[in-house]
Design a protein around this ligand. Structure first.
Ligand code: 48H
Ligand code: FE2
Length: 285
């Protein structure tokens, strides 16, 4: 293209030659080839994960850290996310402002992910701020790169409950599950796993499916108290019911812990701990 000389008299001709060159750069494939590649790839991945080690329900910060750690340790991991996008509340720090904060030692996770951050001046040391789009995209990328199967637009519907133990997740396409049953009644499908992690944030959706049957007692999260809540969330990240680990804000909801407001260190560190507990459950079976 550099060799072509533009002159005012034959501009039009030269432009058409450039467009012709650009249109020829792509390999040949027709519509059916593209359709086949999507269907075969997706179904291949889906089929190879209908029996997994761990299903993480919710792809926010706590779930994504757990996915990164589990998958990078060779645990077959699925992340089930009802939204089109992964990241949950991590895309925005708080109040529609896209800066995320963490308190030490959680900045070490930023270091691992390669997220640039600044220490907040004029306070006691140990509060850090980063660009949310950078932090969130790098965390999603880390979970993908580690090999977790990322299943978005899938809404957790129910648990598989076998011999008193959570043994899988019942799921449906999010748009289908949003339709009133009067319009369509499409039953969901299930994926089996040795362990589930409830990483659905404030709603603690998986734990709630057990609470609705009287199998667990959910306390609901308490008012804001940042100084105490993040340690409490990590300390309470645990196996709530056989086969069900709770992490992040879901753990706060289950155990009646204070909320922490727009800071994410507790979410990230809780995800690290949830992965360790889930890995122990998987390896003990
Ligand atoms: C599939 C589902 C379903 C479903 C929900 O809310 P999140 O970001 O969760 P955490 O716990 O990793 O992080 C909490 C943090 O964002 C936060 O809210 C904080 C720190 N609040 C403090 C405060 O004081 O308010 O992500 C949960 C994810 C989301 O992506 C949802 O779309 C997803 O779970 N999800 N996925 N099936 N039924 N329900
Ligand atoms: Fe929140």
């Amino acid at each position: 293209m550099d060799q072509i000389e533009l002159t005012s008299s034959d501009n039009l001709l030269i432009i058409s030659i450039k467009m012709g060159e650009e249109m020829n750069q792509f390999a040949q494939a027709t519509e059916k080839d593209i359709t086949r590649s999507i269907v075969e790839e997706f179904l291949g991945d889906f089929l190879s994960h209908i029996e997994s080690d761990v299903i993480i329900v919710g792809g926010g910060p706590s779930g994504l850290v757990a996915a990164r750690d589990l998958a990078s340790n060779g645990i077959k991991t699925v992340v089930l996310e009802s939204n089109n996008y992964f990241g949950g509340g991590f895309w925005l720090g708080g109040y529609l402002m896209n800066k995320v904060t963490v308190r030490a030692p959680a900045q070490k996770i930023f270091d691992q992910l390669g997220v640039p951050y600044k220490e907040v001046p004029d306070i006691k040391e140990g509060l850090y701020v980063a660009d949310a789009p950078s932090a969130c995209s790098k965390l999603i990328s880390a979970a993908c790169d580690a090999g977790a199967f990322m299943l978005n637009m899938n809404k957790f519907d129910d648990v598989v409950l076998r011999d008193g133990c959570v043994s899988g997740a019942v799921t449906n396409w999010t748009p289908v599950s949003a339709l009133p049953r009067a319009i369509t009644c499409v039953d969901p499908v299930a994926i089996e796993a040795k362990c589930l992690i409830d990483a659905t944030g404030h709603d603690a959706v998986v734990a709630n499916s057990l609470a609705g049957r009287g199998l667990v007692d959910l306390k609901g999260f308490s008012g804001m108290d940042v100084e105490n809540s993040e340690d409490a969330v990590v300390n309470n990240t645990s196996e709530l019911f056989p086969g069900l680990v709770v992490t992040g804000m879901a753990a706060a909801t289950c155990f009646g812990l204070s909320r922490m407001g727009p800071t994410f260190g507790g979410m990230l560190q809780s995800g690290v701990k949830a992965a360790k507990i889930a890995e122990e459950i998987v390896r003990s079976q």
